[in-house]
Design a protein around this ligand. Structure first.
Ligand SMILES: NC(=O)C1=CN([C@@H]2O[C@H](COP(=O)(O)OP(=O)(O)OC[C@H]3O[C@@H](n4cnc5c(N)ncnc54)[C@H](OP(=O)(O)O)[C@@H]3O)[C@@H](O)[C@H]2O)C=CC1
Ligand SMILES: C[C@H](O)[C@@H]1OC(=O)[C@H](O)[C@@H]1O
Length: 256
């Protein structure tokens, strides 16, 4: 098992990519902290994941706290310590993408997106890193960014800068935290079919276009992101830091 005896915090783990990541971490022997928004729906989904994990003898707890709240990282770390005594891996995954055109972008939508995807993440990474430094055994931090860190989206002008920001944060943190043995890496998913884009991809033409953009001929599933995250979290990636791994079914390279 790749993550035996490790404590892994995953933000946004009640659904979608985060859920698949948390589940695979638990399958790989980790104790997991399942972060979610604190909504009734998030809590129900997190409890169902906890049940699934305990069903195969794993250990998980849930913490509901808004990712946009700058204290959420500290809460997640405190809960991990209380339940499991350590923080070894931090996966920053929680995010929103409320598709909207640029010229009439409401300030509230812009600010909520940046606060949820990037500002909260910054201080959550800081909280996890301080705990890892205190433990003295190194650690791994992984940001779930996006192919959108590298390319644009006309309806994502508020979103793509947050994904580029996370990618850049991991690069700088790889330098800042390398002396403590803490590795920082980014995963850049392509289009993964989840709740975040259910409405957008309900448009059959758009869906077909996104599928055509891949070289593998399909959209991603949340489980496609879990393996790469577990790899980066594990000692298999012990010399990998400051790296970014595209997991996009070939979408980025597919020019002609
Ligand atoms: N799907 C895709 O194509 C891609 C997604 N990504 C990124 O992957 C990450 C996960 O996305 P995905 O799984 O698709 O999305 P989902 O909408 O399926 O899941 C989002 C998760 O984030 C949590 N979340 C949302 N808002 C908050 C908040 N304010 N505070 C705490 N938790 C919150 C949700 O919790 P709750 O259940 O409580 O609402 C849920 O667990 C995002 O950062 C996204 O940008 C990157 C590239 C492609
Ligand atoms: C929400 C989008 O469908 C999804 O998110 C991203 O980061 C990419 O732009 C994907 O297409």
């Amino acid at each position: 098992m790749l993550l035996a005896d490790k404590t892994v915090i995953v933000t946004g783990a009640s659904r979608g990519i985060g859920r698949a990541v948390a589940l695979e971490c638990a399958h790989q022997g980790a104790r997991v902290v399942i972060g979610h928004s604190g909504s009734a729906q998030g809590r129900t989904a997190a409890f169902s994941l906890m049940e699934e994990i305990s069903g195969f003898g794993g250990h998980g707890i849930e913490v509901g706290s808004d990712a946009a709240d700058l204290d959420t990282g500290g809460r997640l770390v405190a809960a991990a310590l209380d339940a499991f005594g350590s923080v070894d891996v931090f996966v920053n995954n929680a995010g929103i993408c409320p598709f909207h055109s640029f010229l009439d972008m409401p300030r509230e939508t812009y600010l909520r997106t940046v606060d949820t995807n990037l500002n909260g993440a910054y201080f959550a990474v800081q909280a996890a890193a301080n705990q890892m430094k205190k433990q003295g055994n190194g650690g791994a931090i992984i940001a779930v960014s996006s192919i959108s860190a590298l390319v644009g989206g006309g309806m994502q002008t508020h979103y793509t800068p947050t994904k580029a920001g996370l990618h850049s944060l991991m690069q700088s943190c790889a330098i800042a935290l390398g002396p403590y043995g803490i590795r920082c890496n980014t995963v850049l998913p392509g289009t993964i079919a989840t709740d975040i884009n259910q409405e957008d991809l309900a448009d059959e033409e758009k869906r077909a276009y996104m599928i055509r953009r891949t070289t593998l001929g399909r959209l991603g599933a949340p489980e496609d992101i879990a393996g790469p995250v577990v790899f980066l979290a594990s000692d298999m990636a012990r010399y990998v830091t400051g790296a970014a791994l595209l997991v996009d079914g070939g979408m980025f390279v597919n020019l002609q």
